[in-house]
Design a protein around this ligand. Structure first.
Ligand code: FES
Ligand code: FES
Length: 170
């Protein structure tokens, strides 16, 4: 048992565009790898059981809960964390700005899941209905109960994308 816990696996992860060759203990979660080893603390630790969404990242273009993902299983995956959503010059993306402008961030604990799930939604459905937005974000708990503000922020981001300028959403 002790030997098993000490096993390591070599992976080559591209995280937010940067290649990391890492020797990872077989039992280490992606969440712990990001926070403890790579200092990417924007990915939050919540329930640790896959229920709250605070630890959400994107793995090869699909959202995933990093607390229940073993890092050693990821091989050569491309991972985007919330830190990877900013623009190249470090300023906020249109989506992040829309959250900021529409009170989509209160404490911000749910932000990783809310933002990354919205990115995935808008890649496949650029004009979602309210029901589509609610379904896409359903796996994320907002402890501040800011669901209305978050939906308003998503709609503002859609308007910004369509019209090229920030707009207040309905
Ligand atoms: S911390 Fe991963 S889903 Fe809650
Ligand atoms: S803004 Fe606080 S948990 Fe959602």
């Amino acid at each position: 048992m002790e030997d098993m816990l000490e096993d390591t696996v070599l992976v080559n992860l591209r995280i937010n565009g940067r290649l990391h060759e890492l020797e990872i203990p077989a039992h280490k979660s992606l969440l712990d790898l990001l926070r403890e080893d790579l200092n990417l603390t924007g990915t939050h630790m919540g329930c640790m059981t896959g229920h709250c969404g605070a630890c959400t990242v994107s793995i090869d273009g699909r959202v995933a809960k990093s607390c229940i993902t073993l890092a050693a299983t990821l091989g050569r995956a491309k991972i985007t964390t919330i830190e990877g959503l900013t623009q190249d010059d470090g300023t906020l993306s249109a989506l992040q700005q829309a959250f900021w402008d529409n009170a989509g961030f209160q404490c911000g604990y749910c932000a990783p899941g809310m933002l990354l799930c919205t990115v995935e939604l808008l890649e496949t459905n650029p004009d979602p209905s309210d029901a589509d937005i609610d379904t896409a974000l359903a796996g994320n708990l907002c402890r501040c109960t800011g669901y209305q503000s978050i939906r308003r922020a998503v709609k503002a981001a859609i308007t910004t994308t369509k019209e090229g300028a920030p707009q207040a959403a309905e």
